[in-house]
Ligand binder design. Sequence first.
Ligand code: NAD
Length: 352
Amino acid sequence: MNTETRREIFDLMSTHDHEQVVFTYDPSSGYRGIIAIHNTALGPALGGTRFWNYESDYEATIDVLRLSRGMTYKASVAGLNLGGGKAVIIGDPTKDKTRHLLLSMGQLIETLNGSYIAAKDSGILPEDLDIVSEKTRHVTGTTKKQGGSGDPSLATAKGVLAGMQAACQVVFGTKSLKGRVVAIQGIGHVGWNVGNLLWKKGATLFVADPQSSRVKRAQQTWKASVVPLARIHRVPADIFAPCALGGIMNADTIPQLRARIVAGGANNQFLDEKADPYLLMKRNILHVPDYVLNAGGLIYLVVREILHQRRLAPWMLNIERTVKQVLAASLQEQLPPLVVANRMALQRLESH
Ligand code: NAD
């Protein structure tokens, strides 16, 4: 990494107020990863680990910095006493994920003494977290066999659905999803569960995913229409649901959107968080901020593994209530919902 890039990274850390960012390379296992701890004012920083084939270390750094800050805001708005953190592993999970590498990651997490608590994100499975947990206690979402609560994606999807219903109430005057047309970008863990819940509610689905087995399954199970990757955001739909990776909403794609609502599980949906939310608002498209909508997975891990409780339903209602609150304030103040949600998150952090 050259000095120019390094300076930019430290500038980014200070811009977003990160507490600690750890870059680690372990040549014996090939582990190359970054753990970013954004803010621990409310509690330890819990957040997923993403295993992704980034084009550059710099791209990975930007991703982990943005994702970890999103976790701080997510926990704050959801009313959880947790901080925000996230980890990325640089590599192709289908080729580079080995037991040795996951143990290296566990060792590293252990050195942070609980300030970062791991969970799953793209490219990581509960079984992988079982291996990580051989080296550290600071892991959530391990398999049930290992004493954890397993994959939180269904809970994430339930929260996404609750938020979609709240958005439909605002735009269409009814929260019913029956007959609504929804275009889902990415039908992995979250996207698949979102699709399934929508299908059960009578929605008509359009899907796109580079993995052909997944789209085939969606065609067969839900009678979904399959759309090329580059066109999914252009489908004339009631709801566009980004459930893949970040940055889908940008200066190029926003003018092409033909949905009334954007509400999905993917983190960091705007490429430029300052300008893009305003572009979307100008087009009169309602956006439900991702970290408000997709908090269900985080809540699930906390309720099951930290609070040791069973009932999730009141927490899901809370997501719906928060979405309603954010959308109402956004309409009243003529501000993008993301700006309103960020303000709510910061208020709780500052008053703590
Ligand atoms: P996943 O890896 O299981 O699924 C992602 C899917 O997106 C895959 O099927 C992949 O093939 C597909 N994809 C990749 N590029 C695509 C493209 N250009 N167009 C369409 N599809 C594409 O990951 P996941 O766990 O489902 O997470 C999805 C998103 O939701 C991520 O942004 C993640 O951070 C966020 N999220 C997940 C959870 C959770 O509980 N898993 C919780 C909160 C937020």
